[in-house]
Ligand binder design. Structure first.
Ligand SMILES: NC(=O)C1=CN([C@@H]2O[C@H](COP(=O)(O)OP(=O)(O)OC[C@H]3O[C@@H](n4cnc5c(N)ncnc54)[C@H](O)[C@@H]3O)[C@@H](O)[C@H]2O)C=CC1
Ligand SMILES: O=C(O)C(=O)Cc1ccc(O)cc1
Length: 298
């Protein structure tokens, strides 16, 4: 991951929101020289202080205006519900012709919230790295987070191709593999692969917690690995996930309805002792797991 001789993708990149994702980007691009300079901005003064202590940016700006002025690139790394506010504060101050990108977990809502603030001549290239952890904040980031992971770009129809290529190049230099996708399609795919699993994890932990009275502390003390796996995901940041759920409402509710129907079918099979149905469902799960492992090894 040492600095390459390739030209920097941006002369000055403003990173807004220095949590897990923003601080990982800042760490990575500074290490490998893929941007000339990193200016960090976060709405939370405690985060700004911590970023300065950690030394993961060339400069920490105290205001949105100071952060954006002179930047030819901006990456919005705030919760999806804060994208509109951050865009309103930062975008007017960027250099003419700047490229704006983001890392939000929903894409239709981010485009809807950010596009109205885009200055004449600037371009928006929405992006979503499929990499993360259940931790948040500037201390949780690390430079290798994106290595070998996908980053999905959802370019605006008819938008500037050179800007898309610049953002793709930034992500490749962060170690990611890049693929383009339509924003609506992205939100449906992520609803089933990421948003619904998180919803299930939060819910099952809540259900187990409600049972505490009945089972005393056994639920937590004897938690088998299945439940433990859910608790890792359920430890994720509440604001981030509240925003994802409410900003991908339609696709998520559709996937939840389908899941509920399938869970009901499983309940019926258990009630009536339909062993073939039960085995068939479990085998499908195993096949999916095996093919995931094969893809990872390929
Ligand atoms: N955590 C994960 O695993 C992944 C998260 N994402 C997306 O990345 C984005 C950031 O997520 P994390 O880094 O995990 O969040 P985080 O909670 O660690 O950091 C978010 C930061 O944004 C700051 N912020 C909030 N509003 C702001 C504003 N208006 N202006 C400037 N700063 C502001 C907060 O103070 C906080 O420091 C979210 O949109 C999330 O959906 C994408 C992929 C993975
Ligand atoms: O920690 C995990 O299992 C994750 O799923 C991380 C994650 C969270 C949100 C995203 O939009 C992408 C990745």
């Amino acid at each position: 991951m040492s600095a390459t001789s390739e030209a920097p993708v941006f002369r000055r990149l403003c990173v807004a929101g220095l949590g897990l994702i923003g601080s990982s980007i800042a760490r990575r691009v500074r290490q490998d020289g893929s941007v000339g300079e990193v200016v960090a901005f976060d709405a939370d003064p405690a985060v700004r202080r911590r970023v300065a202590e950690l030394g993961i940016a060339d400069r920490v700006a105290e205001t949105a205006r100071d952060a954006a002025e002179g930047a030819d690139g901006l990456v919005l790394c705030v919760p999806v519900g804060a994208m509109g506010r951050a865009a309103a504060d930062l975008l007017p101050h960027l250099l003419p012709g700047a490229v704006v990108t983001d890392v939000g977990s929903t894409k239709v809502s981010v485009i809807r919230e950010v596009l109205p603030h885009l200055p004449e001549g600037a371009t928006l290239v929405p992006a979503h790295p499929l990499a993360g952890t259940e931790y948040s904040g500037p201390d949780s980031g690390f430079a290798t987070l994106f290595d070998g992971r996908w980053c999905l770009l959802t370019p605006i129809e008819g938008g500037d191709r050179a800007s898309v290529e610049r953002v793709a190049s930034l992500w490749r230099r962060c170690g990611a593999m890049v693929q383009e996708m339509d924003a609506e399609h992205h939100d449906r795919v992520l609803a089933i692969t990421s948003h619904l699993p998180h919803l299930l994890a939060f819910t099952i932990c809540g259900t187990a917690d409600d049972l505490q009275g009945e089972t005393r502390s056994e639920v937590l003390r004897f938690a088998a690995s299945g439940f433990r796996d859910f608790t890792r995901i359920a430890a994720s940041d509440p604001v981030m996930w509240r925003d994802i759920f409410t900003n991908n409402r339609d696709a998520l509710l559709e996937m939840l309805a389908r899941f509920t129907e399938d869970a009901q079918a499983m309940a019926r099979a258990i009630r009536w002792g339909d062993e073939d149905f039960i085995v068939d469902r479990i085998e499908r799960g195993r096949r999916i797991r095996r093919s995931l492992i094969e893809i990872k090894q390929a």
